[in-house]
Design a protein around this ligand. Structure first.
Ligand SMILES: [Fe+2]
Ligand SMILES: [Fe+2]
Length: 286
């Protein structure tokens, strides 16, 4: 962006506080903070989730759904944690939290696309991590988190935001300018600010702030890179955040993976897309 253009946008951009982003479900945020603590006891997590009965029952429903497909259904939060593990619980609570956060907005097709894109990115990130050396739970959680800024803008003004989302076409990052014009903030900047405001682990900052930056082939490979690629894989698998989003051909995305992941991951998009669609339906119908 030209310097003058950015200055002009900054001059009209409202301060962050003026945006009045609606609060995210507190229990989900607390689980994210607590589960990162190595000394956390399982019963502490269970007590925390159970302190919000509506949230706890949603967590139990999704834990027993096809998304996790446990061999034996869990009948209590403590049992679910024991079966899924504390780390898996972070992603699960975040998924339930996002679903609750979007609430009625999910009835609008544009908002539903955003939610599906996020979940698809998380599920693909989990799969790519499983064939490489990255932590799967962190990959899933990071995937659900990557577009948190977009979720917040969507919850803030669902009807107005649906318009540019429905009308815009171009590469994934091209929507950022329309967001800055509408809100004064794009979803990458908004997401980074939310990670700070919500006191979430700082590792998430680069993931939410940089996921639309161009990557260098054969560059570094960290969690932010994995999410950057998986965000575009979600578009290509049929889950773009907005309908006019130009998807990157799958072979080009595979090319961006490190050698081991490229060798062991899906070679075509169809089976991946089918699997992701099945799991998204499982969460939506749970
Ligand atoms: Fe994004
Ligand atoms: Fe994305």
């Amino acid at each position: 962006m030209l310097l003058n253009e950015r200055r002009r946008e900054e001059a009209v951009a409202p301060s962050w506080a003026h945006l009045r982003i609606p609060p995210f479900p507190q229990v989900a945020l607390q689980v994210l903070r607590l589960a990162n603590n190595e000394n956390v006891q399982l019963h502490e997590l269970s007590d925390l989730i159970s302190s919000d009965p509506a949230f706890a029952s949603e967590v139990l429903t999704v834990a027993n759904s096809l998304l996790y497909a446990p061999r034996f259904p869990a009948s209590s939060i403590l049992q679910a944690i024991a079966v899924l593990g504390a780390n898996n619980l972070q992603g699960l609570c975040l998924t339930v939290g996002v679903r609750g956060y979007m609430g009625k907005a999910l009835n609008q097709p544009a908002m539903r696309s955003i939610w599906r894109h996020n979940l698809a990115c998380a599920l693909i990130a989990d799969q790519v991590a499983s064939v490489g050396f990255m932590n799967r739970d962190v990959a899933y959680t990071s995937g659900v988190m990557h577009d948190v800024g977009r979720l917040a803008l969507a919850v803030l003004r669902p009807k107005e935001y649906s318009l540019p989302l429905g009308a815009h076409s171009g590469p994934p990052a091209s929507i950022l300018k329309a967001e800055r014009e509408m809100f004064g903030w794009d979803h990458c900047e908004a997401g980074r600010q939310l990670i700070v405001d919500w006191k979430l682990p700082s590792e998430f900052e680069a993931i939410v702030a940089d996921h639309h930056l161009p990557r260098q082939k054969n560059g570094s490979w960290g969690m932010a890179d994995l999410i950057n690629v998986c965000c575009r894989m979600a578009d290509t698998a049929g889950f773009p955040a907005f309908p006019g989003c130009e998807a990157t051909p799958f072979p080009e995305l595979l090319d961006e993976l490190p050698e081991r992941e490229r060798r062991l991951f899906h070679t075509t998009i169809e089976p991946l897309a089918f699997e992701i669609a099945k799991k998204i339906t499982a969460v939506e119908t749970a």
